[in-house]
Design a protein. Structure first.
Length: 545
DNA sequence: CTGGGGAGGGGGCCC
DNA sequence: TGGGCCCCCTCCCCA
């Protein structure tokens, strides 16, 4: 007994799931584009993918070997077995496909391309004709690195890493690889150019190599063997890294696009593509997730703690407001300088929620089946109201801006007071801190720390998140942020299996099991497991109400 | 319904 | 560069 269409139906289902991002557990980065897919499918299609997806949820492909449009074709091919040719099925297209297929070790596809090229009487891509002709073999660099590499060829760091990384497949090059090798840098530049014609030079001096693959000291489980609190509860609208959807793209050179179901979306192509705010997005993840349920009571999505890592919907985040991000970062930093206040970023968060209102901080949930919303697919992030069109939403957003401006002004006084206190405390004992900040009053023990601090005054933030484009002053903060995108929670509780993004959180959490309450209120004797809860408790004592 | 506590998560920043 | 800590936001639970 055999169902004749079983395989076909299965593949069809999988492809539909990919389109919705359902159960997608890997993101493939190609230049400025992000594709979501299923590890199993990729692993089954190529030994190369198999090695890549084994340990990583985010994979960077060599942009010299494959570009977004070609990879889209390839992904379609993997999921359908059909080759949907781009524009005119030109030889160039086949050539590029062959190069990419060889690189990715998709033998069937490369054979197909070779046959097609032969039939057309075209020479197979060789060192002379391949888009990558002339490239040294080393640069095949099957980017199966466990680190997130700098996708920008100009990075010293990236180059260094790529040289250092041991290529696990180096010895397994098939005959397909004959067509891979070799290109000049011009060729790779062309291929590597972003959609807007840039190859990311803006970031060329930035060192974006990240090692997100922290291992829990206590956990032997992999990311996939997550606790019940983990991403398994994902809705069809979310994916393992669907937090990537929190993208608000500064521009296509530094920020990849989320390609919904492998469908490349053009930047700013129309009102349908709304952007989601970057700043404060994680904080709002619950909000965002709740939008799906609105106006129902939002229990389901929050029921499992930790879900918020994964419950950001699949809204398409590319959009006309892409430029806002940088503007917003700038604004934050201006405030930082103006306030001279260390934690102005914090206010930046709350303000970001207001600041975002001046942009289109909305998204459209492409794959979300609206039930309670009706046609109100355009949702205002801060208040959760849904609107049938972007125009109506934009009009609504305007009303937010003003009211939140008032809040901001009121907050300014409080901030000034806090600033005074902060200044006093930071200058206290400055005798042992000879390195003084030229902008604010703070002083530090060593020049490196001072340099680090002075970055907080910069108007630009040198470390962008590869996924959402949010900018950070410190690489470590950005790395940590990336982990939250990817749902990487390396620190596991041995008692309950709950996982955390940070060691410190785990330490805090362990007190739940031990019953230890080291923080005691001096006023009432109340004890707390977490210092922050003592602090909020103290506010209760001191607040006038 | 409300206030308080517990706890998860994010970002900033210093060491 | 990463760890640790601080601060904030938020949600859930319970009295």
């Amino acid at each position: 007994m055999e169902l004749p269409n079983h395989a076909k139906q299965l593949l069809l289902q999988l492809n539909q799931q990919r389109a919705k991002g359902f159960l997608c557990d890997v993101i493939i980065v190609v230049e400025n584009a992000l594709f979501r897919a299923h590890k199993n499918i990729l692993a089954a299609s190529s030994i190369y993918f198999k090695s890549l997806v084994l340990h990583d949820n985010l994979i960077n492909l060599d942009t010299d070997m494959v570009n977004p449009s070609v990879f889209r074709q390839i992904l379609d091919f993997i999921y359908t077995g059909k080759l949907l040719l781009a524009d005119q099925a030109s030889e160039n297209n086949f050539s590029a496909l062959l190069t990419a297929a060889s690189y990715l070790q998709l033998h069937d596809l490369s054979a197909l391309c070779r046959r097609k090229l032969k039939r057309n009487g075209k020479p197979l891509p060789t060192k002379a004709t391949s888009p990558n002709a002339g490239r040294p073999l080393r640069n095949q660099r099957l980017s199966s690195t466990p680190v997130i590499q700098n996708r920008y060829s100009g990075s010293k760091e990236s180059g260094k890493k790529q040289q250092l990384v041991e290529d696990p497949l180096k010895d397994k090059l098939s005959d397909d690889d004959l067509y891979v090798g070799g290109s000049n840098r011009e060729g790779s530049l062309n291929l590597g150019a972003g959609k807007n014609g840039s190859n990311g030079n803006l970031c060329s001096d930035q060192e974006l190599g990240l090692d997100l693959s922290k291992k829990s000291p206590s956990a032997s489980t992999t990311q996939d063997e997550v606790s019940p609190n983990e991403n398994h509860q994902e809705s069809p609208q979310s994916a393992t890294a669907s937090t990537a959807n929190s993208a608000s793209f500064e521009d296509s050179t530094t920020n990849p696009q989320i390609l919904e179901g492998g469908e490349p979306m053009e930047m700013g192509v129309g009102e349908e593509n709304q952007s989601l705010p970057d700043t404060g997005q994680r904080k709002n993840s619950r909000h965002v997730a709740r939008k799906k349920e609105w106006p129902k009571k939002e229990n389901a999505l929050d029921s499992g703690k930790g879900d918020e890592e994964a419950t950001v919907p699949n809204g398409v985040i590319v959009g006309p407001s892409g430029g806002y991000n940088s503007e917003h970062s700038f604004k934050c930093k201006v405030e930082d300088v103006e306030n001279g206040k260390e934690n102005s970023e914090e206010s930046g968060h709350s303000e970001s929620e207001s600041g975002q209102t001046s942009a289109n901080y909305v998204y459209r949930q492409e794959s979300f089946e609206p039930v309670a919303y009706g046609d109100n697919l355009y949702v205002c992030i801060p208040c959760g109201k849904g609107f049938p069109s972007s125009e109506q939403l934009n009009a609504h957003v305007e009303t937010h801006t003003e009211e939140e401006l008032y809040i901001k002004e009121e907050g300014a006084y409080i901030k000034e007071e806090a600033e005074d206190l902060s200044t006093q405390s930071s200058t206290f004992g400055s005798e042992s801190r000879p390195f003084k900040c030229s902008v604010c009053e703070k002083s530090y023990k060593d020049p490196a720390t001072l340099r680090q601090h002075e970055k907080t005054h910069w108007l630009t933030r040198p470390f962008p998140c590869n996924i959402c484009g949010k900018m950070f002053t410190q690489r470590g903060t950005m790395t940590r942020h990336m982990r939250s995108h990817l749902g990487l929670k390396p620190f596991a509780c041995e008692e309950c299996g709950m996982r955390f993004t940070r060691q410190y959180r785990l330490t805090e959490h362990m007190r739940v099991h031990s019953g230890e309450k080291p923080y005691e209120c001096q006023l009432c004797g109340g004890k707390f497991t977490q210092q922050r809860n003592l602090i909020s408790h103290l506010r209760m004592h001191t607040s006038p109400t």
